[in-house]
Design a protein around this ligand. Structure first.
Ligand code: PMV
Length: 323
């Protein structure tokens, strides 16, 4: 009873920030993202009769406590549906640095959802896998389908899942991730979602989401880079305004984060098609057509405080490697 799955992280264009149900991770607003090819999590799940409890090895380190508990919750769901009581060994590896704002949990829980359900003998459809991944980490639901994906917020556990709005080959875009080291570990997104409602700006951000979603969807479907750039930067800035004005306040930006944001705006004014978007960390995701990826990567690497630049094109769905 073993299966291995590979999933990509995703970068959000319209951000998910705040839950209407914190336990089930049902968001207050819908969101968009694209999967990041080249970066991935590879997760192997084996249900075994000789295990007395679940175990988790992440990047060759054995994890206990909260990390293992979050994984066991997903395994419990799978066990219940499959009608089995065996414990599982989970071995997961990331091809990118964890905890650096590159949504390692999204790829990890998407891969876990597919590998654990397959290992238990289940064949869940895409929506069911997306819901299962969502229970581990909200944004993980968007890594199940391929390419450009939309997570419809839904009103219940059943109708809150993601689907693809366009395949990877729809638009040749690249994400150049300017990795900026931060001296301290920021508050994780699970805690951050719980604070969103304490910001007086969250109501305004959420009320305007349907408008931004419509503009973003149309920009993606019509490959309209300029409209896409301005709506994505606005959405990212609005989420960070909420973070900075919540109680306690969350400041994810570092001085180098702002240096990169300013440079990206300057380059765009000079005619280079680029924009920035930032998740819950100091790193800046700089989106550009693939043909400009090399140029943008080199420019970013020259900015003070940028440690290194990772690049990714648009990735496919979470897939099974071996079963
Ligand atoms: O899935 P979580 O709980 O890690 O939340 C992700 C939140 C953001 O990355 C900041 C935004 C998003 O939509 O991915």
């Amino acid at each position: 009873m073993k299966a291995i799955a590979i999933a990509h992280p995703n970068i959000a264009f319209i951000k998910y920030w705040g839950n209407r149900d914190q336990d089930l991770r049902i968001p207050v607003n819908g969101s968009f993202s694209m999967n990041l090819d080249g970066l991935s999590a590879r997760t192997q799940v084996t249900f075994r009769a000789d295990l007395e409890q679940d175990s988790l090895i992440l990047n060759e380190k054995t994890l206990q406590g909260a990390g293992l508990q979050r994984v066991s919750q997903i395994l419990d769901e799978v066990r219940e549906v499959a009608g089995i009581s065996l414990h599982a060994q989970v071995i997961s590896e990331n091809t990118f640095p964890t905890g650096a704002g590159i949504a390692s949990s999204a790829a990890a829980f998407a891969a876990l959802a597919l590998a654990s359900s397959k290992a238990a003998g289940l064949s869940l459809d895409e929506a069911a896998l997306s819901r299962l991944a969502r229970h581990g980490s909200g944004s993980a639901c968007r890594s199940i389908p391929g390419g450009f994906t939309e997570w419809q917020s839904g009103e219940s556990d059943q109708d809150s899942y993601a689907f693809s709005i366009a395949p990877p080959e729809h638009w040749d875009l690249a994400d150049c991730i300017a990795v900026i080291s931060s001296g301290h570990k920021a508050i994780g997104s699970t805690q951050g979602h719980a604070l969103a409602a304490t910001s007086p700006l969250q109501g305004g951000r959420v009320a305007d989401v349907p408008r931004r979603i419509d503009i973003c969807r149309r920009a993606i479907l019509e490959r309209d880079f300029d409209t896409f750039a301005s709506i994505c930067e606005l959405d990212s800035d609005m989420m960070h305004a909420v973070m900075m004005t919540s109680n306690p306040a969350l400041f994810y930006w570092q001085p180098s984060t702002l240096r990169v944001m300013q440079s990206v705006r300057d380059w765009r004014a000079e005619g280079l098609p680029v924009f920035y978007t930032i998740d819950a960390g100091p790193n800046v995701h700089v989106i550009t057509p693939t043909k400009k990826m090399r140029e943008v990567k080199d420019k970013l690497a020259n900015i003070e405080g940028v440690d290194n630049v990772l690049t990714a094109t648009v990735g496919g769905p979470t897939r099974l490697v071996e079963s």
